[in-house]
Design a protein around this ligand. Structure first.
Ligand code: APR
Ligand code: PHB
Length: 390
């Protein structure tokens, strides 16, 4: 039987950032992860980091590669047929976003765990939470066929949307809010130069497309497809051709085609579970909320959660402050809902919903016209895209 101050479930970005932040203040913690490290690193995720995320990496002294390889972006574009509306995020907010694969953030955090004394137990099976309503919760799990137990003062569920932590909260103690979108994003990663130096989100008659990147030599593109679509139906050639149409002639002229390194379809969902706290259990990241990828808020929200949560837990252990932990859920949810709103509204603006008729389409055009002509409207988008303050 092991004993620790904070037991963290899940070694995704949320669990790893939280673990490092706690260790940096001398708090004992253990991370239990169901998968093997290679599996965790195999997941391809979005690639836009807000300052809240880069600040955490800097505070941890783990931003060396991020500073070297990350691409600071001053703006991004909304395309509507032939027209391109540039959102000048630097000019409108004085801030930038950093384009850097979220998978690389996970790698940087994982690689630094041993030297920072952050214990991660991979391949932990059957992770089960016990007595979370009490002050003495514990977790049982199986490792290499042997039953194990960790006792902790607090448990943090950073175990993603399908993990066991949220399920450990009685139905009567929480409420879920959910919206499932009638399409998914088909993504392709390829070692070709990006078609544009900034991201382009396009709303075309044939549907949504996004041109993004990981580096000057690696591109990431997406289109939306019906949920029934199979990835096998999309050869690289077919996908490149579709991207060229949807992104518009200017971008198409600069697209370099190449073989896919990764190609997959991800469904889109908006989800929030309230509260993010029950007894001695806290939820952070995808365990508590999901945003559609339009706007790339997923990891950045996990970063703001763990920033609030680490501060609350450090206050509890170092200063015997109970208000911080009691206030965590409310504080985190206030920011979560603003990101939910933004991700939902950008999704609505840039996609053709099967249920939409001519009226909804005219409203989209009117909104894009308004954004194109109004600095105030552009500032609202820029401020949200770059990340709201903590
Ligand atoms: N036991 C232990 N670990 C588990 C269990 C379980 N039963 N179930 C899930 N996990 C682990 C997963 O294997 C995964 O490594 O929890 C981790 C959750 O990681 P993510 O799904 O990446 O969730 P989170 O860390 O909240 O990610 C935040 O980062 O990259 C973005 O888009 C991503 O929005 C997401 C954000
Ligand atoms: C990505 O690069 O994968 C990406 C970028 C922006 C998004 C979503 C995904 O909004």
């Amino acid at each position: 039987m092991a004993r620790t101050q904070v037991a963290i479930i899940g070694a995704g970005p949320a669990g790893l950032m939280l673990g490092h932040l706690l260790r940096a203040d001398g708090i004992d913690c253990i991370i239990l992860e169901r998968a093997a490290p290679d599996y965790v690193l195999g997941r391809i995720r979005a690639g836009v980091l807000e300052k809240v995320t880069t600040d955490i990496m800097a505070r941890l002294g783990l931003d060396e590669r991020l500073a070297k390889e990350g691409l600071p972006h001053d703006g991004f574009n909304l395309a509507d047929g032939e027209r391109l509306i540039r959102i000048d995020i630097a000019g409108l907010t004085g801030k930038q976003v950093m384009v850097y694969g979220q998978t690389e953030i996970t790698r940087d955090l994982m690689d630094a765990a041993p030297e920072r004394g952050l214990e991660i137990i991979y391949n932990a099976e059957d992770v089960t939470l016990h007595d979370v309503a009490s002050d003495a919760p514990y977790i049982t799990y199986v490792k290499d066929g042997v039953n194990q137990r960790v006792d902790a003062r607090f448990i943090c569920g950073c175990d993603g949307f399908h993990g066991p932590a949220r399920q450990a909260i009685p139905a009567s103690a929480g409420k879920s809010f959910e919206l499932v979108y009638p399409f998914g994003w088909l993504g392709i990663l390829a070692d070709v130069p990006p078609c544009n130096h900034e991201l382009i989100y396009a709303n075309h008659d044939r549907g949504f497309a996004l041109a993004s990147m990981r580096s000057p030599t690696r591109s990431r593109y997406y289109i939306d497809v019906p949920l029934t679509e199979k990835v096998e139906a999309w050869s690289d050639d077919r996908l490149w051709a579709e991207l060229s149409v949807r992104l518009g002639p200017d971008a198409a002229a600069h697209i370099t085609r190449g073989p896919s390194i990764e190609k997959s379809i991800a469904p889109l969902r908006s989800f929030v579970f309230e509260p993010m706290h029950y007894g001695s259990l806290f939820l952070a990241g995808d365990a508590a909320h999901i945003v559609p990828p339009t706007g790339a808020k997923g990891l950045n929200l996990a970063a703001s959660d763990v920033s609030y949560l680490s501060e609350a837990l450090i206050g509890y252990f170092k200063k015997n402050d109970r208000d911080g932990v009691a206030g965590y859920s409310q504080k985190a949810l206030a920011r979560v809902w603003k990101s939910e709103r933004f991700s939902w509204s950008l999704t609505k603006l840039m996609h053709r919903f099967p249920s939409d008729g001519d009226f909804e389409r005219r409203v989209q055009i009117a909104e894009l016209d308004y954004i194109a002509a109004s600095t105030a409207a552009q500032k609202v988008i820029a401020e949200n895209y770059v990340g709201l303050p903590l």
